[in-house]
Write a protein of this length. Structure first.
Length: 297
């Protein structure tokens, strides 16, 4: 068993970026920190009022992830006390569950001295999440483009996206399960082709640092935006206003209910102050992409 008394730091994430549904993720410089210390039984202590309703014992998501990893490798992990501090709004489309899973994987890897590769970690996280977008970005940082079919994982990692980020956060959280319930069971073939093309062009543009094109494609999503945008007051007005202020594009962050706006680096604060004044319903956050993924310190 590895020595305890260490910390794991994991970034928030936004996912999909429009048509990159369940496949594209971006790490954000908001962080969850978990201090790990040997204990007689599992206990999770959250600092901050927002997280107080979460489970504090063996049914906590971080703990169940640690135990899942241990069982997967036929190991037994000693109980730990976990003290969690987080800047990430809970249930607001910024990957709080993926962050917990990524943290659990890193803790298990450290405690059990598994020496897991990045691909191993992303595969385990995707098994638990059911999709790879958020958890791959939380583990690796930067932008990740992932293929996951339930058993096989492949990830392309773009470590340093050159953008500024604004997140508009509404006052009410929305569970991912409820948000996914808004989506149709199937799409017409021609519609799916259009969405796939938008995703492909957006991905290539991000890889080339062409955020003008990426932002344009970001707003051509047909996989989830049409079904979720009624959740957002002033959705279309926010989009057009963001464009007027020079933003590359706006889309729904993950499963919602936050909005992700990509802008030129260095212009986040100016654009955000205008949007905050015009749309006071939302809490307006300015964030940088996180180059670092989950780290142990």
């Amino acid at each position: 068993m590895g020595e305890a008394n260490f910390s794991v730091v994991v970034p928030a994430t936004t996912a999909n970026l429009g048509p990159g549904f369940d496949s594209i993720g971006l790490a954000l410089a908001l962080y969850m920190t978990v201090d790990v210390k040997l204990a007689e039984e599992w206990f999770v202590q959250y600092e901050g009022e927002e997280y107080q309703g979460l489970a504090s014992g063996e049914d906590n998501l971080i703990v169940t992830t640690i135990q899942y990893v241990a069982k997967r490798y036929n190991r037994v992990v000693t109980p730990q006390q976990l003290v969690v501090r987080s800047d990430i709004p809970l249930g607001k489309g910024l990957g709080s569950s993926a962050t917990a899973i990524a943290g659990g994987i890193e803790i298990a890897n450290q405690l059990l001295k598994l020496s897991l590769s990045s691909k191993d970690k992303v595969l385990i996280g995707s098994e638990l999440e059911g999709h790879a977008d958020n958890v791959s970005a939380a583990l690796l940082g930067g932008v990740t483009i992932s293929y996951f079919d339930g058993g096989e994982i492949d990830v392309i990692h773009l470590p340093e996206p050159q953008i500024g980020v604004i997140i508009l956060v509404p006052p009410k959280a929305l569970p991912t399960k409820e948000s996914r319930g808004l989506l149709p069971g199937e799409l017409p073939h021609a519609v799916a082709i259009s969405g796939s093309a938008a995703s492909s062009v957006m991905t290539a543009a991000i890889a080339q640092g062409d955020w003008e094109t990426a932002g344009k494609m970001m707003e051509k999503d047909i996989f989830h935006e049409p079904y979720r945008k009624p959740l957002f007051p002033d959705f279309e007005k926010i989009r057009s206003t963001s464009r007027d202020y020079g933003a590359y594009g706006m889309t729904i962050s993950g499963a919602g209910p936050s909005l992700f706006i990509a802008v030129k680096q260095g212009e986040e604060a100016g654009v955000a102050s205008k949007l905050a004044a015009e749309f006071p319903y939302y809490d307006c956050l300015t964030i940088k992409p996180s180059i670092a993924g989950a780290i142990v310190r």
